[in-house]
Write a protein that binds this ligand. Structure first.
Ligand SMILES: Cc1cc2nc3c(=O)[nH]c(=O)nc-3n(C[C@H](O)[C@H](O)[C@H](O)COP(=O)(O)O)c2cc1C
Length: 140
């Protein structure tokens, strides 16, 4: 269990981005290895989902560390068109056991998750909420 410094406050962000088309499985391993190492050092946790050439990532932890890593991620040329879906404060972690959980289509499909959604329209807030609900559905 990670001990959060309350002075810094706990925050999160969730984004979607487009993976570089020629990304290899070795690139993915590199991303995860570096991410997990740094996240562990900074007390960050979260999950990354990769499907149909898109990344969806939830990252949570102390605000200062979170903002630092957000800037690194935004500058990373292994993806582009980063769209922040949601960000803010948190009262407790959603992925406290994961330095960076990874999932892809073989594990579970976000697109299928949305296809099964009963909502006739997907607004921006509902979309972000749907992505988080999907991610948390694998959190067992
Ligand atoms: C989709 C994606 C997700 C990433 N997630 C993280 C992350 O959770 N934590 C992290 O430290 N770096 C993450 N990175 C890597 C950073 O963008 C950056 O490359 C790395 O922090 C640089 O580390 P280095 O200076 O030690 O090489 C991610 C990169 C990509 C493309």
């Amino acid at each position: 269990m990670i001990n959060d410094l309350r002075v810094d406050g706990l925050g999160f962000f969730l984004y979607r981005s487009t993976a570089r088309p020629d990304l290899t499985s070795d690139d993915m391993k590199d991303i995860l290895q570096v991410a997990r190492r740094r996240n562990q050092a900074l007390g960050l946790t979260g999950c990354l989902h990769h499907e149909e050439g898109l990344f969806f990532q939830w990252l949570e932890g102390p605000q200062a560390a979170l903002m630092h890593v957000r800037d690194l991620i935004l500058q990373d040329s292994r993806h582009r068109d980063v769209v922040m879906l949601d960000q803010g404060g948190l009262d407790h972690r959603r992925f406290q056991d994961w330095q960076m959980r990874f999932s892809d289509r073989d594990r579970a499909s976000l697109m299928d998750w949305f296809a099964r959604s009963t909502s006739p329209t997907v607004h921006r807030g509902e979309y972000a909420g749907g992505v988080v609900a999907f991610m948390m559905s694998m959190n067992v």
